[in-house]
Write a protein that binds this ligand. Structure first.
Ligand code: HEC
Length: 111
């Protein structure tokens, strides 16, 4: 390993850590309540569904994860984690606008 690569690992690691703290999205509490997210999810431990931290970790480096997840949040879709797919928005508590889906996914991915 070259020194500069090692330095980069160090600096990038620190930056990533800083970013995950500094850029944490404010929690969209009303939307989370209305859509009953916490009925199945917890922030830091798997429950009926993967935790939001697991999801954020899993998709951190996946291109287009944001738009794929927004679509899935609104319409539901096939399971990526186990056998149980997540129900679409209407079954969870009401229709979800594109803007609200965007807010929610941004928050989940910032966990
Ligand atoms: C009825 C239970 C339930 C509710 C309510 C629920 N989820 Fe889920 N969610 C699941 C399950 C089960 C999965 C795993 C699905 C899979 O395997 O892809 C999941 C997966 C996810 C994923 C990852 C999807 C993927 O393709 O990897 C995200 C993001 C997510 N949920 C966000 C939310 C948000 C935000 C809310 C509230 C708006 C919410 N969920 C409400 C059950 C639920």
């Amino acid at each position: 390993m070259t020194a500069s690569f090692r330095n980069c690992l160090l600096v990038c690691g620190v930056l990533a850590l800083g970013a995950s703290v500094a850029h944490a999205e404010p929690e969209p509490t009303a939307l989370i309540d209305q859509q009953h997210c916490m009925f199945c999810h917890m922030r830091d431990a798997p429950f009926l569904a993967p935790s939001f931290q697991q999801i954020a970790e899993h998709y951190r480096n996946v291109p287009n994860a944001q738009s794929m997840l927004e679509h899935k949040l609104r319409r539901g879709g096939k399971a990526h984690w186990g056998d149980t797919p997540m129900p679409g928005a209407v079954e969870r508590g009401g229709p979800l606008s594109a803007a609200d889906a965007h807010t929610l996914v941004q928050w989940v991915l910032s966990q």
